[in-house]
Design a protein around this ligand. Structure first.
Ligand SMILES: [Fe+2]
Ligand SMILES: [Fe+2]
Length: 280
């Protein structure tokens, strides 16, 4: 019997946004019936947790009400974004401590038959907070002591957009410098797969540059092609990972009936207005 992980992502929960709560409620009902062994939320649990505590508390309540074993790592809307982006809400000590106070640990390690699951706070990796070094120590140790276990790595931001050699500072992926640090550790102790969220696109990249990478779709909304370049598919739903004890991994997209495919570009007022892409 494989261990079943439901990877949900980008739930963007807030009492102010009933459309996203409705999607989460449909997803919750589906998950309760399906009863995976573990639910992992790969970040952006909240809509505006980087600004105030209420959305984080609401997200915690909604996850607790699943009645399932669950773990979560933060996204940029939970703890702020990479300081390199020079945006108004950088990840910092205050935002991190708000998450820690309400949702608990921001990274995790969980052993299940044949596997070690590791979740990282990718927003911390762009900061110079002391907790960033602690997390790299944690990762190094978790990889070095995995023994014969297959390793699954869960991140909010994908490790890269197209290639690990990218040098641009972008909104979409782990920044180049922490990416190199993670890759150095993975070179010594490889991961069987890397699963991420954040882009609100489903993309099974297969194995590229020796890394098996898969991007989870969002649960709350997608962003239409008018505003966001499609590099994968844009359903709403989640990923089911089947972890076989012998290290085999299967992954599939699940789209529970009743989840609505909201287009954020058509929902003004939730986030700053989006600008249409200009054709090159
Ligand atoms: Fe998101
Ligand atoms: Fe995000």
């Amino acid at each position: 019997m494989a261990f079943r992980v439901a990877q949900i992502s980008d739930t963007h929960l807030s009492e102010q946004h009933p459309e996203f709560t409705a999607n989460f409620d449909v997803l919750s009902e589906h998950l309760r019936a399906d009863a995976p062994d573990l639910v992992v939320n790969t970040g952006d649990l909240s809509a505006h947790g980087e600004l105030e505590r209420d959305d984080l508390a609401f997200a915690r309540e909604k996850h607790a009400a699943l009645g399932l074993d669950w773990l979560a790592i933060p996204g940029n809307h939970d703890v702020g974004n990479d300081p390199q982006l020079n945006g108004p809400t950088p990840a910092d000590a205050e935002r991190l401590s708000r998450w820690l106070g309400i949702l608990g640990a921001d990274h995790f390690r969980r052993d299940v038959p044949g596997w070690r699951l590791i979740g990282l706070n990718t927003l911390l990796t762009g900061t110079d907070l002391p907790q960033n070094e602690d997390q790299f120590d944690f990762l190094e140790e978790a990889l070095a002591t995995a023994g014969g276990r297959a390793v699954a790595l869960f991140l909010h931001k994908p490790l890269c957009e197209e290639t690990v050699a990218e040098e641009e500072i972008t909104y979409w992926a782990v920044q180049p410098r922490p990416r190199r640090r993670i890759l150095d550790l993975l070179a010594r102790h490889p991961a069987r797969f890397i699963a991420s969220g954040h882009v609100h696109q489903y993309r099974d990249r297969g194995t590229v540059e020796g890394l098996r990478q898969v991007w989870a779709p969002a649960a709350a909304f997608m962003v239409g092609d008018t505003w966001q370049l499609p590099v994968g598919e844009k359903p709403v739903g989640y990923l089911e990972h089947l972890l076989h004890e012998d290290g085999r991994h299967e992954c599939r997209l699940v789209q529970p009936q009743g989840m609505r495919r909201h287009d954020l570009g058509l929902m003004p007022g939730i986030y700053p207005a989006m600008r249409p892409l200009v054709a090159a």
